[in-house]
Design a protein around this ligand. Structure first.
Ligand code: TEU
Length: 581
């Protein structure tokens, strides 16, 4: 396995509108980020991924771009951005830009032109089709509800939008579109950025003919993933992007790939032949709801199964080993807060957030930390739908409460558990008004728990989640086993404990995680022998000599041990002697 800087890095994701507002307009901005670079440096992260900061009507939080080579005035100017990059590089932090090129905003000049007439030179930049028997060209559902087609009276045709009506899909079959995108990428790379996160990049190739999706529910519009995920020309488009653009720079790209299997991921991120460096897979985000529920399944509220999580993670860990490269995340701007989802955001918030942090950093693959995760920020429970801003959440409410007359309490419970605004409430900096995020009125309300949960408190408390993240990031820098070590699952059927081994060049680490508030007993399989052990890390004050063979875990306890083989020890001694005078 080749060594690469981006394999060894820890990435921190910033959702700029919710990070820090420097000018009192209620929205985070670039100067806000610059003001917190020392904070990120103290945390120790190597790379920052910025969610989109380009001009955008803001229909989908900036994922609807109307100009790819400018900065939205709400965030600052290009000069501010250049200052940000300089300040980041000066601190040894690299910058990943978010590239959203499956679709543009409907206010992008290409689309403004495209919709003008069927003969317009930009017409073919998008996917236009005539209606079928007075209805949409096919039965595809959009991710955000309703049809994936919007009718445009000007030319009496429909355009495809897999996301909102304000996010028309680009037509990648048109070579001019691909050339434009390569140009945009080169333009940013020449400005000195260190890579891209490619939004829904596995959706850019659609199956020709755009056939109707099989009818699997009584709904009018059907999930059509099989016709737009990993389409027939995806590999070709990405190889072309690699050859034309990416191969000329020492940068890395992570592709967001909903629905990707391990086979897709190996294909896309293969050590020798892959066009991407890593992908974001979604299997651990989609635990529990039956696959057939597809999009609706996202809102499924209910317990998830640790054994299923182990199976999913183990499959990704084992199958990519030596072939592709994993990334790992527990939250981002589209997902609920990890401590609320996978831990306990009440009594054991601190313990469980540290346990999850251990999980995140101890797996094989590049870890991604989402802003606020490092202080254990939690989901929010706004009382009324009027306090929510995310269009996916608003559409969901409209569909189920207004249209289908479901119980609003149940719908709100799903939003509290799964809605994207859980991750988008402002970063909690301190206990002052609006959590120190803004001196104005925030664009979305702050989570009321900011008086207890905030950066100032976390930095001042040596036993905080924040300092635990620092320790993990620091450890990862010192120990290649955390990056490159192979993975082996232990106790696959245990319902409370997730335990695994990492191994590299004869060194072995044992990771034991209690995913519950219970007190289960850990028993190391007798086949694993060692002569000495050392406790590397724990989220409880543990006795460092405690024997890793058999112990009782505290609620959400995490322990990491180094296990030394007798033989391995002897070799070290010989080396030491050999180096002596
Ligand atoms: O998300 C892609 C995606 O598949 C989403 O449908 C995601 O699964 C959903 O938000 C979960 O509820 C990316 C961006 O990360 C997201 O913010 C955008 O809304 C979307 O693409 C369209 O650009």
């Amino acid at each position: 396995m080749k060594r690469r800087w981006w394999k060894e890095a820890v990435v921190y994701q910033i959702y700029p509108r919710s990070f820090l507002d420097s000018d009192g307009d209620g929205m985070g901005d670039l100067h806000g980020i610059i003001a917190k670079l020392d904070y990120l440096n103290q945390l120790g992260v190597d790379v920052v991924w910025l969610s989109p900061i380009y001009p955008s009507p803001g229909d989908d939080g900036g994922y609807d771009v109307s100009n790819y080579c400018e900065i939205d005035p709400a965030f600052g100017t290009m000069t501010d951005w250049e200052g940000l990059l300089r300040e980041m590089h000066g601190r040894g932090i690299r910058l990943l830009m978010d590239l959203v090129v499956n679709h543009t905003s409907d206010e992008h000049p290409w689309f403004v032109e495209s919709r003008k007439s069927r003969e317009n030179e930009y017409r073919d930049y998008y996917i236009w089709r005539p209606g079928k028997e007075g209805r949409e060209p096919n039965n595809w559902a959009s991710h955000f509800g309703g049809s994936a087609w919007a009718y445009d009276a000007v030319t009496d045709e429909y355009y495809l939008h897999l996301f909102s009506t304000k996010q028309p899909d680009l037509n990648w079959e048109n070579p001019r579109v691909r050339t434009e995108i390569h140009g945009i990428m080169t333009w940013w790379l020449e400005k000195g950025i260190d890579g891209f996160r490619l939004d829904v990049i596995n959706m850019i190739s659609k199956v020709p003919g755009l056939p109707d999706a099989p009818v699997v529910s009584g709904e009018r519009y059907q999930w059509a993933g099989q016709y737009f995920l990993h389409g027939p020309r995806l590999g070709e488009y990405l190889r072309e992007m690699r050859e034309t653009v990416l191969s000329k720079y020492d940068v890395f790209v992570v592709g967001e790939t909903p629905g990707a299997t391990t086979e897709h991921a190996i294909d896309l991120t293969h050590e020798e032949a892959g066009s991407l460096d890593m992908v974001f897979q979604f299997e651990h985000m989609d635990l529990a709801p039956p696959k057939a529920l597809a999009r609706v399944g996202k809102w499924h509220v209910g317990p998830w199964d640790l054994i299923e999580l182990k199976q999913v993670m183990t499959r990704w860990q084992k199958e990519l080993e030596g072939k592709g490269w994993n990334s790992f995340y527990l939250s981002n701007h589209d997902q609920p807060r990890s401590v609320s989802r996978f831990g306990d955001d009440g009594r054991y918030r601190v313990e469980s957030a540290k346990m999850l942090a251990t999980f995140l950093h101890m797996l094989h693959g590049t870890p991604y930390v989402y802003q606020g995760e490092e202080i254990g920020m939690t989901n929010v429970r706004f009382e009324s739908i009027g306090e929510y801003r995310d269009l996916e959440t608003l559409h969901f409410y409209q569909e189920w409460v207004d249209r289908r007359r479901s119980d609003p309490h149940e719908v709100m419970a799903a939003i509290h558990a799964k809605g994207r605004d859980n991750a988008r409430t402002p970063m909690q900096w301190n206990a002052s008004d609006h959590a120190g995020f803004t001196t104005g009125t925030p664009w979305i309300k702050v989570n009321p728990n900011y008086r207890q949960i905030n950066v100032e408190q976390a930095r001042a408390d040596p036993s905080s989640i924040f300092h635990y993240y620092r320790r993990l990031i620091e450890l990862r820098r010192q120990h290649p086993i955390m990056v490159y070590g192979s993975y082996e699952l232990l106790l696959d059927a245990h319902e409370q404990i997730y335990a695994f081994l990492r191994s590299l060049h004869g060194e072995r680490w044992l990771v034991v995680l209690n995913f519950t508030a219970d007190l289960p007993v850990f028993a190391l399989p007798s086949t694993i022998t060692f002569s000495q052990h050392e406790l590397i890390l724990s989220n409880y004050p543990s006795d460092s000599r405690a024997d890793p063979r058999l112990f009782r875990l505290q609620p959400y306890e995490a322990r990491v041990y180094r296990l030394d083989r007798a033989q391995h020890k002897a070799r070290e001694v010989r080396n030491d002697a050999g180096d002596g005078p």
